[in-house]
Design a protein. Structure first.
Length: 331
């Protein structure tokens, strides 16, 4: 699902301009949402899973009152795709059942739309209904979204720019196609640049888990050879280093991020005699989350989920610019 084409509806096309190059801000505000977890059982479903990130344009005529209808329609769509020979999963012979539900409270401001959780279950003919297996799960959210963008949207649109998918890519493609056909949106893969990975490493360095002291681990690739270099840092050491660099409690500057990474580079050179300047950062693991440059993400703690989602939402907003226009054909 690298690039899927948006649809025209009723003679009107929603045109979205994807911007591949955007200047990184010199300073970023530190997220301090601290929202109460209204549905801890649902939030637990988001943790410890390998999610694949996608960004999508606003949904046209999406309604929270029609989630049951969407569940039925997606279930029918999956069944139709299976009849065409597209397998949902090896060994599954009965069409999948989709269910839409709300992730209430997973937002930072009143302007953020409520998050949506999608789960697809299936079973073999010999299984009972109670033995349904979760084949695929995904969720859409907007946390601390760009207020100017949200307020400028026509009322027919709902902005949920982040899609997290866990399950077979064939199912992700089916769900993505249905979303695009139903809501006239555009979905594409969401890789994370090395520069944004450095921001993640710095921003999450001082976030420690209450129960697990997970080491910070950074991985670099060495082009053009197939070689990966990793560095593990005790979480207390990473926090101490960041605290010695970071000053403003409300904002983080690019100069602080660069100094943090430069210090780690110097540490690695002193101990191993290897310069990391010519390498590319590809993965960051902290007590908060693990993120890979190919768009894979794993959340570790509900306590710090508000440190992750606002930043990802910001990056998703950077990918698109909204520009509606009329069209007279379905090309």
């Amino acid at each position: 699902m690298e690039h899927l084409t948006p649809y025209c509806k009723a003679g009107q096309r929603t045109v979205w301009k994807h911007t591949s190059v955007r200047k990184t801000p010199a300073r970023r505000k530190i997220s301090r949402t601290d929202w109460p977890i209204e549905n801890p059982e649902q939030i637990a479903l988001l943790l410890q899973k390998q999610w694949r990130l996608y960004h999508l344009t606003p949904l046209y005529r999406f309604s929270y009152t029609m989630l049951k209808k969407y569940s039925n329609e997606l279930s029918v769509f999956i069944a139709c795709e299976k009849k065409k020979g597209i397998a949902v999963e090896v060994g599954i012979e009965v069409a999948g059942k989709a269910k839409f539900s709300m992730l209430a409270g997973l937002r930072a401001t009143e302007s953020d739309p409520e998050a949506i959780f999608i789960q697809i279950t299936s079973k073999t003919p010999v299984q009972q209904a109670a033995d349904e297996k979760v084949v695929w799960s995904g969720w859409l959210c907007c946390v601390d979204g760009d207020l100017g963008f949200l307020e400028s949207l026509p009322v027919e649109f709902t902005c949920l720019p982040l899609l997290f998918a866990n399950g077979p890519e064939t199912v992700t493609a089916i769900v993505g196609e249905w979303l695009q056909k139903t809501f006239d949106c555009y979905i594409s893969a969401f890789p994370i640049s090395s520069e944004n990975l450095t921001w993640m490493a710095a921003m999450w360095a001082n976030c420690l888990s209450d129960c697990i002291h997970r080491v910070m681990e950074l991985e670099w690739s060495v082009p053009p050879v197939q070689l990966t270099i990793s560095l593990s840092i005790h979480p207390e050491d990473a926090k101490t280093l960041w605290d010695s660099i970071h000053g403003d409690e409300d904002e983080i500057g690019i100069d602080e991020v660069e100094l943090f990474m430069s210090s780690l580079h110097s540490h690695f050179y002193r101990h191993f005699g290897v310069r990391l300047a010519a390498t590319r950062l590809v993965k960051v693991t902290t007590a908060v989350a693990s993120a890979h440059c190919d768009g894979k993400l794993k959340l570790f703690s509900s306590k710090h989920i508000d440190h992750v989602l606002p930043f990802l939402t910001e990056l998703a907003f950077h990918q698109i610019q909204y520009r509606p226009r009329l069209c007279t054909s379905m090309d």
